[in-house]
Structures are given as C-alpha cells and as structure tokens.
Design a binder for this molecule. Sequence first.
Ligand SMILES: [Fe+2]
Length: 217
Amino acid sequence: MLAETTINYPYANLGDTPQAFTAIYQENCNIGIWRQSVPPALVDSLSSAVVDYAFPSLATIVEPEQAKDLILERYSDMTGVEAFADHVALLIDMYCCLFDLNAAGLRLKKLTGAMCPKFHVDHVPCRLVVTYCGVATQWLIEDNIDRTKLGIASAGLTDEQSGICLDHTMIEQMQAGDVALLKGEKWLNNEGRGLVHRSPSAAPDSPRIVMTLDFAR
Ligand SMILES: [Fe+2]
C-alpha cells in the first residue's frame, strides 16, 4: 500500500513509514527514504553518547537473527546500546526481507573529521544508508546532475568546480534518523543511472555514526 507515501521528486520516494522502501522496485525510483525512522530520542542519546565514546568500527556479514547480540556485544559499554541494537536489528531484518537475503553486509563507523565528500554513484545493487547522528547524506535529483562529470571526469576537481551538480542550492539533504535505500549501478538495468550522492564531513564536536547495509547472500 503506497497511500502513506508521497512521490516528491522524479526518481525519489519519501515517506514516514517503511512503505517508502517498496517503491525501490519501480524502475523509475532511485531512492526510497523512510524519514525519521530512528526515534528522535535515540538520535539525541547517541549524539551525546558518542562524543566521548570511541565507537569501534564494525564490518561483517550478519544474519538477521544474530544482529542484536552482535551489536550488544560490540558496543556493550556504550550508553543506550539496547535501543541502538534493537533499531539496527530491525533494519537488518527489513533489508533482508525486502531483498530476499539470508544475510547482509553490515558496516558501522564513527566519522569525526573531513572526508573527501565528492558526489558519486555506488557500484552495488542497492545500499541502505542511515546516519544515526551527525550531518547526514546529501543526494541529487536527476534533473540536477551532469552525469558526464562523474568519476574520472572530475579527477582533481571539487564538486563545485566539476559541474556535476547544476544547481548547488538544490542539493537534497537527509537528516539524522532518516533511513534510505540508494539504488546503485549494479541493480538490473540501472547502469549509468545510479543515485548520485555524497557523505558530508563531520564536525569534530558532532561526530557522525553511519551504518550501511549491502547484499551479502
Ligand atoms: Fe556512496
């Protein structure tokens, strides 16, 4: 049932329920965003918990049934880990269910400084991205992209110099707590059409906690 979602832009489906994800199976949908999936209280508690907490990185393949215990063990000494583990496990379960996977490739990372935040496409079928706290992912609607400036064509140039983004005032900005499915180049018949996005730099006093899920098996 798509009645609860709104198609705001070409190639994008935004909604306030997980139903926002189901449109990803439509050929013209490049991104599905479940807005405010993470309860604001969890975003707030993580935002303060991770300022002084190392938050070790995690990169592994996980089955939905193992997800909660994995998070509880890895981040056992983090304030609020129970609610965090519940939410991560929920997303892994949903992702595996939506794409009929037995397991997902999970990456969790704390980002504290400048990155190389250039617009790019992912060479995967469809990646789930959620920023649990800090500044979230930016992306472009199709009408605002010059795809000839992607990748090697922008070598040595910033996004401002390369011309990949036609109007920088029209860059789409996700919020902490939004969960997105980003269709990549390896989705069937999506070569040359993957969602263009970038990962902004984190402020030193406002770390980002980012999770991605990919197809595993
Ligand atoms: Fe990416």
